[in-house]
Design a binder for this molecule. Structure first.
Ligand SMILES: [Zn+2]
Length: 356
C-alpha cells in the first residue's frame, strides 16, 4: 500500500543513532554507540547501535532490528505508525492512505492476506507439506490457481508481520477475523498451519477464509467469524470460479464442504458450489438465480445428517420457487470420497437411480 521508495526514503533520512538517542542515552564506543537496553532490565550497557549498518542489537536480551523495529517495539505501535512518526519528524510526506470507504479498505486487506497465503503455498520450502497434502487428495495445481488456494504457515505471526509491513492496522485485520490479540496485547494469526480456501463473492472479492489443518490440531476446519464482509448463510464457496459454468449449464451442483467441491471440479464438474455446513438459505439460492440458474442438484451424504440437511434444503428451495434435485450418496460416502472413485457423470446417474 505504501510504495517501497517512500519507505526507503524515510529510512535513509531517519538516522538510527539520532532517533534512538531521543529515547536512550547513547555513548560512543569505537565505531558503534552503546547504552542501557530499554527492552530488558540492563545494568551494563549491552545495547549497541551501529550507524554503518543502521541496526541496533542487544547482547543481553537479543532484541534487534532497524529504526522502524525500534520505534514499533519502544512505542508499541504498528509499522505504519512508526513510518508516519518518522516521516512527520523529517518532513517527508506520505502518500495518503487509499481513499474509498471502509468496505473497500477491508476488501483490500483480505486480498493482501489471500495473496500472502497463495504465495506461501507456492513457496518451495514453506509450502511443500501443503502442496503434498493437496496432491495427495487429488487436487492439482490448475485448481490451486482457479480457487486461489493458499497455505497459512506454522508460525504465530507470519500474517501479522506481512500485513504490518503493508501498513495494515491490526484492528482492521482483527475486524476481518484474520488476527487475534493475546492477553499481553500482542497480535497473532488466526489461521496457522492450514490449507486456506478464500471465500469470494460473485465479483471475485475475498469476503472470508476457510482453513483446513495440516497435521495435528483442532479444529479440523476453521472459518472466518461473521464480519462486516462475511455472513455465513449469504455466500457460497466457489461461486466466483463456478460462475461461467452455472450460467452455461443453467444449474448448480450444491455440496457441503471444500473438498467435496474441489474433487468434483477436479473431475470436470465445474458448476459446483459449497454451502459450508449451513442449511441451504434463500440468499444462497438467490445467488444462483442471479446467474440465471434455475435448478440445483444437491449432493449430500447418505447418512441421517445428510438426509436431514437435504430435506431442509428442499423446503427452503420450495419457498423460493426453486427446483432442486436431491442426490444422496451411498451411506458412508461423501462427494469427496465418492467421486475420487467414480466418474461424476455416471455416478450422478447411478446415485439418482438409487433414490428413485
Ligand atoms: Zn536488551
Amino acid at each position: 500500500m505504501i510504495p517501497q521508495e517512500v519507505i526507503e526514503e524515510v529510512q535513509q533520512r531517519a538516522d538510527i543513532v539520532e532517533v534512538i538517542s531521543r529515547y536512550v542515552t547513547l555513548k560512543k564506543a569505537g565505531r558503534n554507540w552503546k547504552g542501557l537496553c530499554p527492552f530488558h532490565p540492563d545494568k551494563n550497557p549491552s545495547f549497541v547501535v551501529s550507524p554503518e549498518k543502521q541496526l541496533f542489537h542487544c547482547f543481553g536480551c537479543g532484541a534487534g532490528g532497524n529504526v522502524f523495529t525500534f520505534l514499533m517495539r519502544y512505542e508499541k505501535i504498528s509499522f505504519y505508525e512508526a513510518l508516519k512518526t518518522l516521516a512527520d519528524s523529517y518532513g517527508i510526506e506520505l502518500p495518503s492512505r487509499p481513499t474509498g470507504g471502509r468496505r473497500e479498505h477491508l476488501f483490500e486487506i483480505n486480498s493482501l492476506a489471500s495473496e500472502f497465503f497463495h504465495r506461501t503455498l507456492l513457496s518451495p520450502r514453506e509450502g511443500r507439506r501443503a502442496r503434498e497434502y493437496l496432491l495427495g487428495r487429488g487436487i492439482e495445481p490448475s485448481l490451486w490457481e482457479d480457487y486461489l488456494l493458499g497455505f497459512a504457515p506454522e508460525g504465530w505471526d507470519s500474517l501479522v508481520r506481512h500485513l504490518r509491513e503493508k501498513g495494515v492496522k491490526m484492528e482492521d485485520a482483527e475486524a476481518l477475523g484474520l488476527v487475534l490479540q493475546g492477553r499481553e496485547g500482542s497480535w497473532y494469526d488466526r489461521f496457522r498451519s492450514r490449507i486456506i480456501f478464500p471465500i469470494r463473492d460473485l465479483r471475485g472479492r475475498v469476503i472470508g477464509f476457510g482453513g483446513r489443518i495440516i497435521g495435528k490440531g483442532e479444529p479440523k476446519y476453521l472459518n472466518s467469524p461473521e464480519t462486516e464482509l462475511y455472513r455465513k448463510g449469504n455466500s457460497l464457496y466457489g461461486i466466483f470460479a463456478a460462475k461461467d459454468y452455472i450460467i452455461k449449464e443453467g444449474k448448480a451442483i450444491l455440496v457441503e464442504g471444500y473438498f467435496d467441491l474441489l474433487t468434483l471440479a477436479q473431475r470436470g464438474v465445474r458448476e459446483a458450489v459449497a454451502t459450508l455446513g449451513t442449511a441451504l438459505t434463500s440468499q444462497q439460492l438467490r445467488l444462483i438465480r442471479r446467474l440465471g440458474g434455475k435448478k440445483g442438484v444437491l449432493l449430500f451424504d447418505g447418512d441421517d445428517a445428510g438426509r436431514k440437511a437435504a430435506l431442509r434444503a428442499v423446503e427452503s428451495a420450495a419457498e423460493e420457487g426453486f427446483y432442486v434435485e436431491v442426490v444422496l450418496l451411498p451411506p458412508g460416502e461423501d462427494p469427496d470420497t465418492y467421486f475420487r472413485q467414480h466418474p461424476p457423470g455416471e455416478a450422478l446417474q447411478e446415485a439418482r437411480e438409487g433414490i428413485e
